[in-house]
Design a protein around this ligand. Structure first.
Ligand SMILES: Nc1nc2c(ncn2[C@@H]2O[C@H](COP(=O)(O)OP(=O)(O)OP(=O)(O)O)[C@@H](O)[C@H]2O)c(=O)[nH]1
Ligand SMILES: [Mg+2]
Length: 296
């Protein structure tokens, strides 16, 4: 038996969460086309006969401008040191910037063996791949380079085998049916965030948070009642999230409810409100409340 921990790191939007979901074979992390979707570490366990890999999805590493972002980046860098192996995901179809070098340096400093994973190869011409790999590996020591498309699944099985071969020998660390560390309350908030991210743009994706206020079972009704707040920073953003005549917030709520009902296998009543909280991204008390509620 082989069992170990793999930290998945990279710049925002590189496709880390998509890749973790693909390796696990279940949706354990929300995904969006906006950067900074993942705001904290998420553990998802991938298994094949004889192998257990605890994958740690992390927030994209970026230059933090708010307390929220500093905590996100800390969460990611923290995951590096405690893993058996690091997967460094790079968007092969995007522009490279100083971020790649910065992260490669961090990985090197952590002293943990690393696999380079150029992702989104479905979006590039094959002849572009080799120069990209040469650029990213120049002067670096990666155990392996495994290009994949997390979205189409191309080469993801091979990546799993490569990761598995580098896991230490030992017994599994988690019970057989353990999939993810995310508590249900936090997952509900995450799915609401995903639906909001799908429908908004500009600053809103960065400026919102979802706070679960209460979750209760309606007696004798096979129905869970959830009240949640979408927190934004300004009145104008509130107007966008509510939408004309409340259409946007109803749409977000409906999409989240439909997905959650499927996953949880029970009916859900979701009551969403929008609240303005200026500068919440720098509010230590509010941030710990966000995290605290999520940890319940
Ligand atoms: N074409 C293509 N798109 C991909 C691939 N992998 C991920 N994406 C897209 O890239 C975007 C970002 O994906 P995420 O998985 O949320 O990226 P992330 O690295 O987790 O991003 P953060 O959580 O913000 O750091 C989404 O729109 C994905 O659908 C891929 O292999 N090919
Ligand atoms: Mg992510």
């Amino acid at each position: 038996m082989r069992a170990g921990t793999v930290a998945v790191v990279g710049r925002p939007n590189a496709g880390k969460s998509t890749l973790v979901n693909a390796l696990v074979g279940e949706k354990v992390a929300i995904v969006s086309d906006k950067p900074q979707t993942t705001r904290r570490r998420i553990l998802g366990v991938a298994r094949r006969p004889g192998v257990e890999i605890a994958l740690v999805d992390t927030p994209g590493i970026h230059k933090p401008e708010y307390r929220l972002n500093a905590a996100m980046v800390h969460d990611a860098t923290d995951a590096l040191g405690s893993a058996d192996l690091v997967v460094f995901v790079v968007d092969a179809a995007g522009e490279r910037g100083p971020g790649e070098k910065y992260i490669a340096d961090l990985v090197e400093k952590a002293g943990v063996p690393a696999v380079l994973v150029p992702n989104k190869i479905d979006r590039i011409r094959k002849e572009k791949l080799l120069p990209l790999i040469q650029e990213l590996t120049a002067g670096r020591r990666f155990e392996e380079v495994v290009p994949v498309s997390a979205r189409t699944g191309e080469n993801v099985d091979h990546l799993f085998d490569v990761l598995a071969s580098k896991m230490p020998e030992g017994p599994p660390a988690y019970p057989e049916d353990f999939l993810t560390s995310t508590p249900e309350t936090e997952w509900i908030a995450e799915v609401i965030r995903e639906k909001l991210l799908e429908r908004t743009r500009d600053e809103l994706p960065f400026a919102h948070a979802v706070l679960i206020e209460s979750v209760r079972e309606a007696e004798g009704k096979d129905l869970t009642v959830v009240t949640a707040s979408i927190i934004v920073e300004r009145e104008g953003q509130k107007g966008i999230v509510v939408g004309r005549g409340g259409t946007m917030i109803r749409d977000i709520g409906r999409a989240a409810r439909e997905e959650l009902e499927q996953e949880l296998g029970r009916r859900l009543y979701l009551e969403l409100t929008v609240r303005v909280k200026p500068d919440w991204r720098n509010d230590a008390g509010f941030l710990s409340r966000l995290r605290g509620v999520e940890k319940e």
